[in-house]
Design a protein around this ligand. Structure first.
Ligand SMILES: [Zn+2]
Length: 404
């Protein structure tokens, strides 16, 4: 009876149930392997002696923690005269202290529960749960096929974890949403390992979306000469928001204490999309735009830039609209806007190439960046860089609200 229970609840086969102990509120099954054979020649003519005893944690039974006490045998083979140590078949590595079945349960629960909640529920330490998930993710993302990838997006992200700051570069398949590569640093150097992967794959990349930094552009031209380089909506508006933020900081530095109070804590009021603002926030924005004329102009110009994406139907309409925008930007003589118009003019072909592709969703890119930021905010475990990178690979499958 209990031997079949072992199989049906703990996925353990080839072991015989022997007895049960109840100790410190835990349930312990004493079990023993049913058959032995030589691991070298597979011969069943072996003699065994107990080498040591192991206690391995299994799935809980009701609310009780459950353990398996199992003798590990030394196996002597009379055929090939070798001595080997028995392999415990229901653990994933010789040193594992939990069953494979419990590992699977932990991995399943991870999409709904945080590490510490799982650790507490199973009476495990935090690191055991984390390592268990990490092993699973390593296996899952060991090989990432590039063969059918056509549209990729390259993004650099500024990461600050455990007091250390750095950039990482992320390459994604913009059609499936999958993360294809995570590199250290930014620019072409960070993509070297990805180049190798590309070379060995049969990928036919048709489109690369990226920001307007020269380093990525020259990487794209060298590594994917056939592909269309697109400076997508998301990256253009992101750069514009950076300019707007720069102006806000500059203006705040130029005004007196009394006026500065008006601008305090209003960073996101300026950065958010105006159609997402509540009526009173919209009113406040209008007031601040009037009080701080220069900042107001730049804020309006950002809306103007965004509207190009809403209104233009094709490349030529977009091209005309961007040229018009640049002319107005120059007339303002605000240096940040002049710089933005210069960048747009220098990269105009890549910017309007966005209209040649209907596959790039702005929401998808922004959403993914928000997910990475969410991941960084979960401060756990990121002294372990490999784990952090694996978590980035797993982000497309991760629910970001419920679980930390
Ligand atoms: Zn043998």
């Amino acid at each position: 009876m209990s031997t079949s229970l072992l199989y049906h609840t703990q996925c353990i086969r080839d072991y015989q149930y022997e007895s049960t102990e109840y100790k410190d509120g835990h349930v312990i099954f004493n079990i023993r392997r049913k058959f032995f054979n030589c691991s070298k020649c597979n011969c069943p003519q072996v003699s065994v002696t107990i080498s040591r005893e192991r206690l391995i944690k299994g799935e809980k039974i009701g609310r009780k923690l459950f353990f398996l006490k199992v003798p590990v045998h030394r196996i002597y083979c009379s055929q090939c005269k070798s001595t080997t140590i028995e392999n415990v078949s229901f653990i994933s590595s010789p040193k594992a202290r939990i069953t494979r079945s419990l590992e699977r349960t932990i991995v399943e629960l991870r999409s709904e529960m945080c590490i510490s909640a799982i650790a507490e529920f199973f009476g495990l330490d935090w690191k055991t749960v984390k390592d268990c998930e990490k092993r699973h993710l390593e296996k899952k993302f060991r090989y990432i096929p590039l063969k059918n990838v056509e549209v990729i997006g390259i993004d650099e992200l500024y990461v600050k974890t455990q007091g250390r700051e750095k950039y990482i570069t992320i390459v994604r398949d913009l059609e499936s949403g999958a993360v294809l590569y995570v590199g250290d640093g930014k620019g072409a150097d960070s993509l070297q390992a990805f180049n190798l992967k590309l070379k060995h794959s049969e990928a036919k990349i048709t489109t690369v979306a990226m920001d307007m930094s020269k380093a990525y552009v020259s990487w794209g031209k060298n590594s994917l000469p056939e592909a269309l380089i697109v400076f997508d909506h998301f990256h253009v508006i992101k750069l514009m928001n950076e300019k707007l933020d720069k102006v806000r900081r500059r203006v705040a530095g130029e005004i007196d204490e009394e006026q500065r109070k008006l601008l305090k804590n209003q960073r996101y009021l300026f950065l958010r999309n105006v159609e997402n603002l509540e009526p009173d926030a919209k009113q406040l924005l209008d007031n601040l735009r009037n009080v701080f004329k220069e900042l107001g102009d730049v804020s309006m110009m950002k809306e103007g830039l965004r509207s190009i994406y809403q209104i233009s139907r094709n490349c030529s309409q977009a091209e005309a609209a961007f040229k018009n925008w640049c002319a107005i930007a120059r007339q303002t003589q605000i240096k940040e806007l002049e710089a933005m118009s210069k960048t747009i003019e220098n990269n105009l072909q890549g910017i309007i190439a966005f209209w040649k592709t209907n596959k790039l969703s702005n929401a998808g890119m922004e959403g993914f960046n928000n997910k990475v930021r969410w991941l960084i905010r979960q401060a756990y475990g990121f002294q372990d860089k490999d784990y952090f990178i694996l978590k980035i690979f797993n982000l497309p499958n991760t629910k970001t609200e419920a679980v930390s």
